[in-house]
Design a protein around this ligand. Structure first.
Ligand SMILES: [Zn+2]
Length: 76
């Protein structure tokens, strides 16, 4: 089974050389470089916006994507 990685989605801008993260972005659960809510695709090995799952679940649950959380519960 592939590992789940919680990451902030990074938008690659066409206008600058910089990748950026939306200030109100939520953490999404990525599996095989795709968020399980189906909204984002990104190379999770490349970007370093990951958060420890335990930390996210205990302290930062409000920053987690609701849809991803629900999908994860269904999986179990
Ligand atoms: Zn999501």
């Amino acid at each position: 089974m592939s590992k789940i990685v919680w990451q902030l989605p990074v938008k690659q801008s066409n206008f600058t050389d910089h990748d950026w993260i939306h200030p109100k972005a939520k953490y999404h659960a990525f599996k095989n470089n795709a968020s399980i809510c189906g909204k984002y695709l990104q190379d999770t090995d490349y970007f370093e916006t990951s958060i420890d799952e335990t930390e996210l679940m205990s302290e930062k649950i409000q920053y987690a994507c609701n849809k991803c959380l629900k999908m994860l519960q269904k999986r179990d």
